[in-house]
Design a protein. Structure first.
Lengths: 118, 113
């Protein structure tokens, strides 16, 4: 069973389009994240949700809108795609550090969604 | 703010040789520290982690790392590299009580046969 799954794995689209990437985790975690990995492999956090509540929102254009319908899902919607949005987007999950269950920050990653904007 | 530095962008070693990948963190208190590996086209897999206690931690695939507070380092080591170890390696740190990990820029490991 895949612990953190993302769809689609590959996405090729034109500038100006709107697209979504979906993420689901079956680990029972209560915190989920979106990271962006650029062409130089640099990983930068974009968003984090804890129990459907947004807790991290880094400096990300408001064309990016995360949505968490429940704590097992965190989707990423991107409006008006630009060339610079081309990257690999990773979803991850973890137990909350304040969960009291002894968790210490380990993230479990999905396999990534490679977005190419033409 | 936390930062993680991996000074080596690329490292090439011969199969069977020993390996050390460097990682330095910047944080006042003792952070949580991690090493992840990313194979081409794959997500990140946790190799090992340090929270507290013994400063030498063992991980999967024969890797180990040593936390050195005096040097703010958490270097990854392997005594004998296998060709399948070729991948991108990321060091990451998390703040105790925090809710995110900060990643280094990664080190690409190439293994010569």
């Amino acid at each position: 069973d895949t612990a953190v799954s993302q769809t689609p794995k590959y996405l090729v689209t034109q500038m100006g389009n709107d697209k979504s990437i979906k993420c689901e985790q079956n680990l029972g975690h209560d915190t989920m994240y979106w990271y962006k990995q650029d062409s130089k492999k640099f990983l930068k956090i974009m968003f984090s949700y804890n129990n459907k509540e947004l807790i991290i929102n880094e400096t990300v254009p408001n064309r990016f809108s995360p949505k968490s319908p429940d704590k097992a899902h965190l989707n990423l919607h991107i409006n008006s795609l630009e060339l610079g949005d081309s990257a690999v987007y990773f979803c991850a999950s973890s137990l909350a550090l304040t969960s009291g269950r002894g968790h210490t920050g380990e993230l479990f990653f999905g396999e990534g969604s490679r977005l190419t904007v033409l | 703010a936390q930062s993680v530095t991996q000074p080596d962008i690329h490292i090439t070693v011969s199969e069977g040789a020993s390996l050390e990948l460097r990682c330095n963190y910047s944080y006042g208190a003792t952070p949580y520290l991690f090493w992840y590996v990313q194979s081409p086209g794959q997500g990140l897999q946790l190799l090992l982690k340090y929270f507290s206690g013994d400063t030498l931690v063992q991980g999967i695939k024969g890797f180990e790392a040593e936390f050195k507070r005096s040097q703010s380092s958490f270097n990854l080591r392997k005594p004998s590299v296998h060709w399948s170890d070729a991948a991108e390696y990321f060091c990451a740190s998390g703040r105790r009580g925090g809710n995110k990990l900060t990643f280094g820029t990664g080190t690409q490991l190439k293994v010569e046969l």
